[in-house]
Design a protein. Sequence first.
Length: 219
Amino acid sequence: MTQFDCFSSEAVGFLQDLKANNTKDWFAANKATYETHLKAPSKLFADDMAFALQDLTGQDHGSKIFRIHRDVRFSKDKTPYNAHLHLAFMPTGQEGQPPMWFFGLSPEKLSLGCGVFQYEKVVLDAFRDAMAGSLGAELIQTTAEMRDQGFRIGDPELKRVPSGFDKDHPHEEALRRKGYSVWMDAETPAFVLEPNLTERTTTMFAELMPVFLLLSRIK
């Protein structure tokens, strides 16, 4: 059975070339490179990471590899392919919307994250109720501490506290969010070319465990 260690330079080179030649003809001519150096290793890596995150969190995890084909039906950008590799890992068998882990490899960099991009309506209500309580104070403190450590955290999506909550609520920063995710970036994609990628990625994800544990308490 083939084991995964790291991605090849051909994988990163494929993404770089695809960005410069994002056409169906070019992709067809280079599909073998994609299949061998990106698609097949991605499946192995996803399986390995699901097991690694189970060990890290104590929870069973599944994985998702996002399609390289873009849905261009409602987009002004008609380029047919995503010139990046995106993977997500999520706890399985849980209700609600548990936090996920994100792995994003582009021709320029690698981004790793943890959280929820945007809560669905039913879970958003539960998130806001939690943010109005003690969990909101924890999220605000976690945000400040992790920003001080150099993590990337987006600003709240709303300009005002949503209806139903005091506009001067002490946790207004948390209440103005529709989701919450924290990110770290490698300055180049070379991180994925070095041995023991699963172990090194898991070590970096471990730094995001405060986010995973906090959001896991929202039911």
